[in-house]
Design a protein around this ligand. Structure first.
Ligand code: V47
Ligand code: SF4
Length: 374
């Protein structure tokens, strides 16, 4: 594999600086922010496929991971007003919802006796909720499904409820962990740059707060994910610096399980006029993130957002994780214009996508421990 790649590079017409970056990747050396921008601007798509597959194979062999999960989105009422959000509603809007503790228990009861290992909980930031309520949601689910792994609350939800409780981040996270919190999803990162946040999500947790929350979680022994919302007003430098902030934190804390590029979907939000980037840009972005993160083991393509066929294509651009079955339990992307209005995949569908891309399907748990090869 590596010899083929070296031949490919020496025969290709890539410009000299791209060749030298490629040689660094082959030699397992870290690439810089400026080199990352060069890849975004100039690298050929085929070269990015080869390099990202090399990095992916070194880390994960031919394995592609998925899990058996469902989502609970407890409310779409939110104190914040992100311009890319198609999901948030005012309390007076008929399309708003709020789940009571009983509703949460009912949602969890549907999974009693079913083969699921994870619940992913995230949603709007409700003005009346506090840390105790966030704890109660987790306790309610754990009472119904004692063995389920609870991956819950973006850093935005955590920052809000812990600040409201006037606690240090670590103490707030300790309390949630004591109630059964198992890990933290990657949402709310968007682009970790103050000027970009001012344009797309001016009022919610700052870039610094997002990083501090994840650092606090890692210090408390919880793993987490990191996302990047791309394809709106950001530049390639913003993307590279965003990834650099996450890579630097990972050097210190070692708590990120995976990196998840999220394509901005333009349906029905205040940034709809921007449109969407094309598939080539998505694939380039997956590949470059795989090449960039020498210290994060997994790159996830989130299929409800990207679509099933494009998710399969992404497996040739550094992706080794396609999230899970979801079971029609998320609205964030269907409300933002994703084609799949009922996001649900059976294990047969997930493993079929992986196998027909020439890879090995592996069910994992939420901490990426392999459960079973299919
Ligand atoms: O932070 C919101 C994104 C995120 C839009 O950790 C949008 O395993 C595109 O973080 N177009 C929340 N994206 C979801 C999230 C997530 C999803 C799947 C898996 C994991 C994980 C985490 O959704 C938000 C924001 O970046 N988002 N609106 C939109 N119009
Ligand atoms: Fe609220 Fe999240 Fe939507 Fe922002 S993206 S408005 S924080 S629900």
């Amino acid at each position: 594999m590596e010899q083929t790649l070296i031949n490919y590079i020496s025969n290709s017409a890539s410009d000299p600086s791209i060749k030298s970056i490629a040689n660094k990747v082959i030699a397992e050396q870290r690439i810089s922010v400026d080199e990352t921008i060069e890849l975004y601007e100039k690298a050929e798509l085929g070269l990015l496929a080869e390099l990202s597959t090399l990095v992916c194979t070194r880390k994960n062999g031919k394995n592609v991971y998925f899990n058996k999960n469902f989502h609970i989105e407890p409310t779409n009422i939110c104190v914040f007003n992100c311009k890319f959000c198609s999901y948030r509603r005012q309390a007076s809007d008929p399309l708003s919802w709020v789940m009571s503790v009983d509703d949460i228990a009912e949602a969890a009861k549907k999974y009693i006796g079913k083969d699921v290992s994870e619940v992913h909980i995230t949603g709007g930031v409700h003005p009346d909720w506090d840390l105790d309520y966030y704890c109660l949601i987790i306790q309610t689910i754990k009472k119904v499904l004692p063995n389920i792994h609870v991956k819950a609350y973006s850093a935005v939800e955590l920052e809000y409820c812990i600040r409201k409780a006037k606690l240090p981040y670590r103490e707030g996270i300790r309390r949630l962990k004591a109630c059964g919190l198992g890990s933290i999803p990657g949402g709310g990162a968007e682009i970790l740059n103050p000027e970009v946040r001012e344009k797309i999500c001016p009022d919610k947790a700052s870039a610094q707060a997002w990083l501090e929350i994840h650092e606090a979680a890692h210090a408390e022994g919880l793993f987490s994910n990191a996302t990047m919302l791309y394809g709106h007003v950001e530049s390639y430098r913003h993307r590279a610096e965003h990834m650099d902030a996450i890579r630097s934190l990972q050097d210190r804390s070692h708590g990120f399980n995976c990196f998840i590029p999220l394509k901005f979907r333009s349906g029905d939000n205040a940034l709809s006029y921007l449109g969407e980037v094309n598939l080539t840009e998505d694939l380039r972005n997956f590949a470059i993130s795989r090449i960039f993160f020498d210290n994060i083991e997994h790159i996830k393509a989130y299929w409800p957002m990207l679509g099933r066929e494009n998710t399969q294509l992404a497996l040739a651009f550094g992706v080794d994780d396609i999230d899970g079955t979801i079971d029609d339990t998320t609205k964030i992307y269907s409300m933002a214009g994703a084609e799949d209005k009922k996001p649900r995949m059976t294990v047969d569908m997930l493993t079929g996508i992986i196998r027909s891309a020439g890879r090995i399907p592996f069910e994992r748990d939420s901490l990426y421990r392999p459960i079973r090869e299919y």
